[in-house]
Write a protein that binds this ligand. Structure first.
Ligand code: ATP
Length: 214
């Protein structure tokens, strides 16, 4: 009888995903390919301790993650942080994954902005002990009005932390820019296709997400 081998290279990719966009998807695809992952857990955050903005409902963010990542082989949408009581810390999630995959090497997938803020994370040393950081570069200017076609790489040469660079073309997209664009356009779906996969654009429009208060 054939036995499934235990996963040996396990990735974790967390985010608010409010909404998930093309750069998130590119990051997941790059991590799977470049790191040769057996599985990549995508974890929408519950109460993100470092985000002050009120997030869209977990139900909407999970549904959009399903639409954005669901067709990628080896991706597992993982809702544990959403169901966790209180604030959610990456160190706790990595500990759980370590228990679930005792033989595996764990990778934490993140963008350059998060690497630069990494020493502010709760129990960041523990995170480093548990996982290899795998980092995609990100444009220096990532605000709501950052031009899509003018991206300058973030300089990571001074970062005094071990990490493995992920190689993917810079995509100057942020969830902030997506939300701002929806707020500005009444017929937003067309304009959104360059920022998010088409099913996500449709979901945003059908569920009236990110509309300015009337
Ligand atoms: P917001 O604009 O609301 O802060 P975001 O676009 O940064 O959101 P998150 O869900 O907070 O999206 O990001 C999840 C992870 O994806 C983080 O590690 C972040 O660094 C990474 N990431 C997001 N956008 C990009 C991008 N354009 N290039 C590389 N990494 C990215």
């Amino acid at each position: 009888m054939a036995h499934t081998l235990p996963a040996r290279r396990v990735g974790m990719f967390g985010g608010a995903f409010d909404p998930p966009h093309w750069a998130h998807r590119a990051l997941a695809e790059t991590a799977l390919r470049q790191l040769g992952l057996d599985v990549l857990h995508i974890l929408p955050t519950g109460h993100a301790w470092h985000k002050s903005r009120v997030l869209s409902s977990a139900e909407d963010r999970v549904a959009m993650c399903e639409l954005a990542f669901g067709d990628l082989p080896k991706v597992q949408l993982d809702e544990r942080e959403i169901h966790r009581e209180g604030p959610s810390y990456t160190a706790d999630t990595l500990r759980e994954l370590q228990r679930e995959y005792p033989q595996a090497q764990l990778f934490l997938v993140l963008g350059a902005d998060q690497l630069l803020a990494f020493r502010n994370w709760v129990r960041w040393q523990e995170v480093l002990d548990l996982a290899t950081l795998a980092v995609a570069n990100r444009a220096t200017n990532i605000g709501a009005d950052a031009p899509l076609d003018q991206a300058t790489e973030t300089d990571l040469s001074g970062v005094d932390l071990p990490f493995e660079p992920l190689h993917m073309p810079l995509k100057n997209i942020s969830a902030t820019a997506v939300r701002a664009r929806v707020g500005r356009h009444t017929r937003s779906q067309d304009a959104l296709d360059v920022l998010v996969p088409e099913p996500v654009a449709r979901y945003i429009s059908q569920h009236h997400l990110y509309q300015p208060p009337t």
